[in-house]
Design a protein around this ligand. Structure first.
Ligand code: FES
Length: 173
């Protein structure tokens, strides 16, 4: 009988602690999404709108070196000659990418024959015609692609990046 009452008491305590956890989880659930939204919102609004070049500066299949969102993040603009995802300009064929490999940060280079970005570190390959998708390799994300805008004078602005740049906790400056 005494043993039984202990079991009942233990069960009651577990029920109460479980209720406390459930209550804390419920309270947290109402707070956490708001914090996550704030963090995401801040990451978006803090991207600078930087002029990178003019459409007339670009020749088809010849990468133009740039940097975005700051000088420590090298990248290129590329005119591919056909409409592609994320492409801007009159032919929707101008794209831009950060050239730090998302695997371990080696600088990728553009191969004009294969029309791919290739990493010398561990040989990952990224396709600029498919929004920087990794087509082979070690990385766990695609090559970060710039969000571009072209104004009426043909000036090309970068206004965001769609993936995390290697080595950063966020893309906020
Ligand atoms: S650093 Fe590019 S594949 Fe490893």
């Amino acid at each position: 009988m005494r043993r039984c009452s202990k079991l009942v008491e233990m069960g009651r305590r577990q029920f109460l602690s479980g209720s406390a956890v459930a209550a804390a989880t419920a309270a947290g659930a109402s707070i956490m999404p708001a914090e996550a939204k704030a963090a995401n919102g801040q990451a978006r609004v803090n991207y600078p709108s930087n002029r990178l070049a003019n459409v007339e500066d670009l020749s088809e299949n010849e990468p133009l070196n740039v940097a975005y969102p700051d000088d420590q993040a090298p990248g290129v603009l590329l005119k591919l000659g056909q409409s592609v995802p994320g492409g801007v300009g009159p032919d929707e064929d101008i794209v831009g990418f950060c050239t730090l490999c998302p695997h371990q940060g080696y600088p990728v280079s553009y191969n004009t024959e294969a029309r791919t970005f290739n990493c010398p570190g561990h040989y990952s390959v990224f396709d600029p015609e498919q929004a920087g998708s990794q087509v082979w390799g070690q990385a766990t994300q695609n090559l970060p692609q710039y969000i571009l805008r072209v104004d009426e004078d043909g000036e090309i602005y970068a206004e965001g990046v769609d993936e995390l740049i290697y080595g950063r906790l966020s893309n906020v400056l």
